[in-house]
Design a protein around this ligand. Sequence first.
Ligand SMILES: [Zn+2]
Length: 124
Amino acid sequence: MSPVAATDSFGAKALMLWRGAMGRCPNCGEGQVLHRYLKIVPNCSACGEPLGHLPADDMPPWLTILIVGHILFPNVWYFERAYNVPVWMEMVLWPTLGLVLTLLLLPRCKGFVVALLWMLRQKG
Ligand SMILES: [Zn+2]
């Protein structure tokens, strides 16, 4: 992939955000945004774009909670009414599913937020 030339088109912005969500540099799409699960790399290993100064702060966990909550709540509500599931099974299933979804989505959300901040040219 190549660096995004025109950053003002909708397609270019969507591509930058997608690259971030996939854990790739929003500028070139080659280097990693994160290392050691959630640490932001100081610079892209492929193009050298500085990324470490971008302050993702609390938005990635907030975004993760928003998504996981909207996935879990309707399913808990539906299964509670549609099936006679034993309580012990629900007490194992839903927290486990919530934990797995959170661990899978948190780095994606952080990459997305870093790409968003990079796109908006925020300075740390
Ligand atoms: Zn890069």
